[in-house]
Design a protein around this ligand. Structure first.
Ligand code: FAD
Ligand code: NAD
Length: 401
């Protein structure tokens, strides 16, 4: 009478919430539960724009997995997932193989380049602790290097952020707060530094509330950000971006934030996917796979009201983890009436750096300090769901105003 084996791939929002839900329900008594992640820590993807700009230390965005999960109840394996062989119920890891009875795929996303030449070679991305540490160090190096040159090279102090979606805008917000500090530290006049936010669509934050977009753009412009709207980037070369309108911007720092696609492991493993995301069934299982759940940025679900996919967000990944963990419990207990996932979108709040933010909660618009406090409450709420009050006190954003 062997216990079934549940393998969870990825310790992001989805993976961590699933593991903690199963642990709280004491499911380790009825099943062997294994969590696989390429680092021994969990990081909060939604905070990464801050350490990227250097307005927060990256250690504040991460926590050791064994500090949150009881590894006597849930086995943790630090390894990279290469491929899933669903026919033989095996996962190929960098360092070996794992078999499973039930699989949960929560490997997150990677930057979408739309095949634009030069992006992977010459642009930075905001994806992981490693990728943002590199951006922060690089920005500082640009300032230090500028001072060393006899003939001042302006592209060292020109920063281009490609895409003015939420990630691009949140990063530009932090960067516009960080630049004056760096100017002070390196004795450089603020006017020497250029920050460009380059957006293909006719507006920043396309589709978001127009009044709030205007608030955000005015605020960021007042901090020296220059917007180039309706300006698609067509290529990135060493030291410059080429725009579709024929212009170019010389810059040694190009940060690419034009959206995401599902983790490449998904397509590599043969799942039918759109931009790396699998259109899952209502119970969050992959079509044709009764024992595989996919969620978060690797999954695609349609908003039937507008017949378009929901954007990939942590909010949805966390909610999906509740459905997936409930459904795993049912399957382990031999029940068949699986729960259907119903997203409950509370709203969207985006930080703009400092004590500024914009957001919509229900039908209420928020901006300025109250939006910024709300953003911190949302961040703390996740920590609360994951590890209760102790984790909020240890890792939370306690300085609300
Ligand atoms: P993730 O949380 O990204 O986790 C994936 C995990 O898988 C990581 O731990 C990673 O290390 C691991 N992994 C990846 N590949 C492998 C591999 N091959 N082998 C082993 N492990 C692997 N959403 C919101 O709802 N609100 C926000 O305010 C918000 N802000 C954001 C701000 C920024 C700067 C960014 C970049 C995104 C933001 N998002 C926000 C989107 C949100 O972060 C994602 O939708 C969310 O992280 C998806 O969760 P996930 O569980 O699918 O994956
Ligand atoms: P996104 O798809 O939301 O925005 C990408 C932007 O890049 C779009 O505005 C697009 O028009 C632009 N773009 C695309 N190609 C371009 C090109 N060649 N040149 C110039 N601009 C180009 O992606 P994102 O901002 O990376 O966000 C990813 C996901 O994470 C989204 O679902 C988003 O909602 C979520 N997120 C949420 C928050 C929040 O709620 N606060 C913050 C960050 C990210």
């Amino acid at each position: 009478n062997r216990r079934p084996k549940v393998v969870i791939l990825g310790a992001g929002y989805g993976g961590m919430m699933t593991a903690t839900r199963l642990q709280k329900a004491n499911m380790h008594r009825e099943a062997e539960i294994v969590l696989v992640n390429k680092h021994n820590y969990h990081y909060q993807t939604t905070w990464l724009h801050e350490p990227a700009a250097g307005t927060m230390h990256h250690d504040r965005t991460r926590m050791k997995i064994s500090d949150v999960i009881d590894t006597n109840k849930i086995q943790f394996i630090k390894d990279g997932v290469q491929r899933i062989d669903s026919e033989h119920q095996k996962v190929h890891l960098d360092g070996g193989e794992l078999d499973y009875d039930y699989l949960v795929i929560g490997l997150g996303s990677e930057p979408e380049t739309f095949g634009i030449p030069g992006v992977s070679q010459h642009a930075f991305s905001i994806r992981s602790v490693n990728s943002v540490r590199l951006i922060r160090e690089h920005i500082e190096y640009m300032f230090a290097n500028y001072n060393r040159q006899d003939e001042k090279q302006e592209d060292l102090l020109t920063f281009v952020v490609a895409g003015a979606g939420f990630t691009g805008i949140e990063f530009v917000g932090e960067l516009s707060e960080r630049i004056p500090e760096l100017c002070h530290e390196y004795d450089i006049a603020r006017e020497k530094v250029k920050i460009y936010s380059v957006e293909a669509a006719p507006s920043a934050l396309p589709g978001f509330d127009e009044e709030l977009v205007e608030y955000a753009m005015n605020l960021l412009e007042s901090r020296g950000v220059e917007f180039k709207i309706s300006t698609p980037i067509k290529e990135v070369q060493e030291g410059k971006v080429l725009l579709e309108n024929g212009d170019e911007i010389k810059s040694q720092t190009i940060v690419w934030t034009t959206g995401v696609r599902g983790n490449p492991v998904v397509e590599k493993s043969g799942f039918d996917a759109m931009r790396g995301r699998v259109k899952v069934e209502k119970d969050m299982r992959a079509p044709g796979h009764d024992n595989i759940f996919i969620f978060g940025d690797c999954a695609l679900i349609i908003n039937e009201e507008i017949n378009r996919p929901y954007p990939p967000t942590a909010q949805i990944a966390i909610q999906q983890a509740y459905t997936v963990s409930n459904n795993l419990k049912k399957l382990i207990k031999g029940e068949e009436n699986l729960e259907e996932f119903k997203p409950d979108i509370k709203g969207t709040v985006a930080s703009l750096g400092g004590k500024e933010a914009i957001g919509v909660i229900g039908d209420r618009k928020l901006y300025g300090n109250s939006a910024s406090a709300m953003k911190k409450i949302i961040d703390n709420r996740y920590l609360y769901l994951l590890g209760g009050m102790p984790l909020v006190l240890k890792k939370g954003k306690l300085n609300l105003f």
